[in-house]
Design a protein around this ligand. Sequence first.
Ligand code: ADP
Length: 581
Amino acid sequence: MRIALLILLLLAGLFLAMHLAGRQAERQALRDEGEQAREQLTLYAGSLRTLIDRFRALPAVLALDPELRGTLGGPVDNAAQHMLNLKLEQMNRAAGSTTLELLDREGLAVAASNWRLPTSFVGHNYGFRPYFVEARRLGSGRFYAVGVTSGIPGYFLASAVRGAEDTFIGAIVVKLEFPELEQEWGQRSDIILVSDARGVVFIANQPGWRYRELQPISAEGRAEMAATRQYDKQPLAPLIHSTRINFGDDSRLVRVEGPDGPRDYLWESLPLPSEGWTLHLLRTPQEAASSARAASLAAGGAWLAVFFLVLFLHQRWRLARIRQRSREELEQLVEQRTAALRTAQDGLIQAAKLAALGQMSTALAHEINQPLTALQMHLASLRLMLDNGQLEQARKALGRHDELLQRMASLTGHLKTYARKTPGGLRECLELGSVVDKSLQLLAPNLRDAKVRISQELAVPAWVSGDAIRLEQVLVNLLRNALDAVAGEADPQLWITLRRDGDHWVLEVADNGGGIAEDDLQRVFDPFFTTKPAGAGLGIGLAVSYAIVHELGGTLSAANQGEGALFSLRLPVDKTREELP
Ligand code: ADP
């Protein structure tokens, strides 16, 4: 569900980014191209205007010619007409215009420069043409139209010819055709059009565009065009087009319905107010599509990059949070387990101590019983001595009593501390040699009963830091196990060595009790691992010893050596004590 949503977001964002960027880039490119087209259009307008301006004053100047005015004053005979024809022909050639003609006050062509041609204007009446009407009324007129005689379109510029007292006696007309202009424009790839005030295209540099209506024409407009025979027999067809984007008043993206389907053009228009015309330039956009494509690809890429970056960062943040949480959970768990283990360990130590105490109390009862019986007998003989007045002998006997009592006191003293539950953190500076001594003392009765030979090789003083009572417990365990192992041997032996190994003291207890089975070597430190008959061993002595030694920063290991087992206890040297003088 989340994945589907993400993909949807990704696609929607991608589409939106590409679309918007593409649109924006397309518009910018069109605007830029439109500006270029506009500059071009201004140039075209300039050349058209220059062309017309060259002839603008020509009719007015010719209208002042006294010969023309004189001839128009009265009826024109053939000789006068011939002379006028020649004159106009000459003037036309000199001026470089297309045709020159002279109309009388009714609009009848009296003479024309093209009098030799079959399409000669001479004898035709042009009174209906607006340029004549305007010249008669206002003094000058101009009009673009298709020639009724020649069929060739052109721009007519007319000026009134005035007789005496400023009366209108006729008009002189210049016709301009623009073959060079159309030819020059025809080589351009752009479409260049000139339309009149009604929106009818009358100059076009490409076929099919001339005589097209750029906007609907009203009925009066059509009637007027028919009356003035402006486009004469030329059929006019509307140009179907629609604006897609408007960049400004005269700059648009337009879709034109052509004979081979619709096409988009950048359409620039430039009004020519002096003639009432409008110049148009239509250009097929070149760069818009490609820059739109590039921009939308770039935007798509950027969107993808940002999307995946955000996703990546989010994912990393989530992962970090999960990790943090699981770390916290783990820490909590470790803490709980450690606490549980510590309690269990403390319990085990205590249990082991009690078990040892139980085992020992039998031997101890026996051990204490003997001196007590002896003491009883000594006391009886002491009483006899005192009765007999043997004072000197009695004093000697008392010394032996002291010895016996001392021994019992030290035994019970050790036992008292041994059963006490000591806090795990207790650390004191102690000497391993004395730990060995005390342990041997504790086990003295057992050792004596077993008739064990003990060899000691102790490099003392061996200072370590730890808890004396617990270390004694460890050693007592090792010695007791060794004793158990050698029980039944013909010549039971124990070796206790203490030596220095670098930063450690190594205390070894070896015996000749047959050793540990190879498979059991790994397991002797496991809690409740025992090979002894039920009731004889609990199997926690070594486990507890191992724990105690580890707690003190040392190690305890088991191996076989010679005819028996070898237990090594390693503890770090207590440097602070060593450095003392
Ligand atoms: P327990 O003495 O109650 O069995 P321990 O943890 O002290 O428990 O000892 C575990 C086992 O390790 C003993 O049952 C014995 O099999 C073996 N073991 C320990 N010390 C020796 C030794 N010196 N010689 C042979 N086996 C030993």
